[in-house]
Design a protein around this ligand. Structure first.
Ligand code: ZN
Length: 413
């Protein structure tokens, strides 16, 4: 009994300018509830969305939350979360939960790379950034990754098996296979070797996941997503999709797929499209670490079902908030007398009860409630934006909505 499923309900069809698109609306069923897709999944890295209570996240329409296996492994430790009854019970969140594998975090310790990179990647091609280096905190080999804790400098090792064990103890509804996340700077030959390593790790994840699922059958079923890498290369991206979709270890296959890796912003839609064309229609796809409005439209259009990103809450804490006319910074003096909601069209708790002038004052006075009110607004704004994309797919006017929205949001640029 898996009690996990995905069903596509509406297809974007061929109304786009470039022919058929993979974009769709659907529904993911998990043991802790349903996620209507496309959906933005807010990130609570350490089992909390910073400065906001789970009750507020529920109220603002978050359908699920994503926590980070690396951070929870280090603190408080997966055993404690397991004893608490799993991630959702531990943080008083009754809805669906995700954890990522920790692969991105342990590998980026030595590199510090960003998810979406807008730069000329032709000018610098070296494996130095990940294979060698001076003060690296992580070292990758064919069996796993050895890394230094950012908390106390202690040494740790993640393998595919360890990642599965940690994520089973954390107990999220949707978990991810352990992968090697490369950068756009790695050479083509490194990308090829890395992709094969990630494929072999994916097989090991399936085996360990099958063993743990049987051993822990008293716990709710956890769905495992395989993570696709391949950087900017079409053949590698398509191969990753076909390889991982075809894996079956004694009847254990991936329940869905994570679209991973660093992605060149200009090529985001093309790359997501390559992968989604190869993936089975009856399984969900999660685009990892994407949260800017234009990137979300691109991801939805090309077939991604769910998204996560720390950006809405991280930016909120720096007083940067979304409006339909672009992102604004509330500490700007022009908001000191803005006795109106942050965004006139926003239905969030903050915009329903407080003025931009008040939140602006809280930021300049360095009050903690500034982060809380701004985070509620930003998370609601992005959750609702993707909800509106879902509605527009169902209504058949996605491209109109995209053009109108992006035209206004980026008008000042
Ligand atoms: Zn608002």
């Amino acid at each position: 009994m898996t009690s996990f499923s995905f069903a596509e309900s509406h297809r974007l069809g061929d109304s786009g300018s470039n022919g058929e698109r993979q974009g769709r609306a659907g529904e993911i069923t998990t043991p802790h509830g349903i996620i209507q897709t496309p959906a933005f999944i807010p990130v609570g890295t350490k089992a909390t969305v910073k400065s906001v209570l789970p009750e507020s996240m529920k109220e603002l329409g978050a359908q699920a939350l994503l926590a980070n296996a690396y951070h929870l492994y280090l603190q408080p430790g997966p055993q404690i979360v397991d004893e608490a009854g799993g991630l959702g019970a531990f943080m008083n969140w009754s809805g669906p939960t995700f954890t990522d594998s920790g692969g991105f975090q342990v590998l980026s310790l030595g590199v510090g790379f960003k998810k979406v990179i807008a730069m000329d990647t032709q000018t610098f091609r070296s494996d130095e950034v990940i294979a060698e280096g001076k003060d690296r905190l992580a070292h990758v080999d064919d069996d796993g990754v050895t890394f230094k804790s950012h908390l106390d400098g202690s040494m740790h090792r993640f393998t595919p098996e360890v990642s599965m064990q940690v994520q089973h103890q954390l107990g999220a509804d949707i978990i991810f296979a352990f992968d090697e996340c490369t950068t756009l700077h790695n050479t083509r030959s490194y990308q090829e070797r890395s992709l094969e390593r990630t494929r072999l790790w994916a097989k090991r994840c399936l085996v360990e996941h099958g063993r743990l699922t049987a051993e822990r059958s008293h716990r709710p079923y956890q769905a495992l997503y395989g993570v696709l890498q391949g950087a900017q290369y079409e053949d590698l991206r398509r191969k990753a999709a076909k390889d991982l979709a075809g894996l079956d270890e004694d009847g254990i296959a991936f329940d869905g797929f994570g679209l991973g890796g660093a992605l060149d912003k200009a090529e985001l839609g093309t790359i997501v499209g390559w992968m989604c064309e190869e993936l089975p229609r009856n399984k969900p796809r999660h685009l990892l670490g994407i949260g800017e409005p234009d990137d979300l439209f691109t991801g939805v259009e090309n077939g991604a079902d769910t998204f996560d990103c720390v950006a809405p809450s991280r930016q909120a804490r720096t007083s940067a908030v979304f409006t339909d006319d672009g992102r604004i910074n509330l500490t700007n003096t022009k908001y000191a007398r803005a006795f109106e909601p942050i965004d006139a069209n926003c239905d969030c708790y903050t915009c329903s009860n407080y003025t931009a002038a008040y939140v602006s004052h809280l930021f300049r006075a360095k009050e903690m409630s500034a982060a809380t009110l701004a985070t509620i607004h930003n998370e609601r704004y992005i959750v609702r934006l993707v909800e509106r994309m879902r509605q527009s797919i169902i209504a058949g006017d996605f491209y109109e909505f995209k053009k109108d929205y992006l035209g206004r949001f980026y008008a000042s640029k």
